[in-house]
Design a protein around this ligand. Structure first.
Ligand code: ATP
Ligand code: MG
Length: 270
């Protein structure tokens, strides 16, 4: 029997607008079917406007499908869930809160932990992302890469089973990006296992990033947003610390070319 899916979108259509006012409707997603088993890391790639964020928003309970069903553990998604943590496209750090208070945000909303316990957990998480010395800083005092690290700490501090991530490493320089990717994998990869410790749905524009991080790359095409291809990434884990070797491997190059051709042929930015 196939393993049960943790995340699933089944026959999903999503249309925005059109309710009175004569607003133009947008068919954001058409007939989307996606099953993500436990512990799989799926990357979603595709041109701007193909509905990647919309799909994440549905799993986060922020948007409802017009037709079809979106389920987590076989239950329809209704509002935010404790199992899920969502890292938005921009880091979303609150400028008036110190870094550790930003990291504690998710804990405040979800649990009845004492203040001391919250601080303990946020400190531990900040240490893991290399920001131990910056817990008292404000977001504006951090570099872009450090802000992304803080946002990752906030995403992971609640120890969610499911990560929804929308271009978390977008707009970073290539070297910083590679370092963060490796560190991120290090947090998810487990000794002696070829699976990551969480179920991850990760949106990116960057094919390199998709192949490096994911077990599976799903390509979407726009107008209307739909799934065009779904490929397994045959690269062993742990990958953290080996990203450079992987980039120069033949499996990486082969998959990169295949996905590139697909996007070039049928994608195209708006
Ligand atoms: N709240 C909304 N109301 C109306 N239309 C929307 C809304 N959100 C998204 N859309 C439209 O739905 C389509 C898909 O948008 P979405 O943001 O999901 O795409 P995306 O793949 O995340 O794009 P990008 O790569 O630029 O972030 C686009 O045509 C967009 O204009
Ligand atoms: Mg988006």
């Amino acid at each position: 029997m196939a393993p049960a899916s943790v995340l699933a979108a089944r026959n999903v259509n999503l249309t925005y607008g059109g309710l009175g006012g004569g607003a133009r409707t947008v068919e954001a997603l058409r007939d989307v079917n996606l099953e993500v088993p436990k512990g799989q890391f799926v990357a979603l790639v595709g041109a701007s406007g193909c509905g990647k964020t919309s799909l994440l928003n549905m799993f986060a309970g922020l948007v409802e499908p017009t037709e079809g069903e979106v389920v987590i553990d076989e239950r329809p998604v209704q509002g935010a869930s404790n199992k899920t943590s969502y890292m938005f496209a921009r880091d979303g750090l609150l400028p008036w809160r110190r870094v550790h208070k930003n990291v504690e945000l998710g804990l405040e909303a979800r649990t009845r932990l004492s203040r001391a316990e919250r601080l303990k957990r946020s400190r531990e998480m900040l240490r893991m992302v290399g920001l131990a010395d910056f817990e008292k800083a404000y977001p504006r005092q951090l570099s872009h890469g450090m802000r992304q690290r803080a946002a990752i700490a906030r995403t992971l501090v609640t120890d969610p089973d499911i990560l929804l991530m929308d271009e978390p490493f977008g707009a970073l320089d290539a070297q910083t990006k590679l370092r963060l990717q490796s560190e991120f994998l290090d947090l998810l990869e487990q000794e002696g296992s070829d699976r990551v410790s969480k179920t991850v749905l990760f949106v990116t524009h960057d094919l390199n990033e998709a192949i490096l991080l994911a077990d599976r790359v799903v390509v979407m095409l726009p107008r209307p947003g739909r799934i065009a291809s779904d490929q397994l990434v045959d690269l062993p884990r742990p990958r953290s610390g080996h990203l450079k070797e992987i980039i120069f491997s033949s499996e990486f190059q082969r998959l990169h070319r295949e996905l590139f051709d697909l996007l070039e042929e049928r994608g195209g930015d708006e």
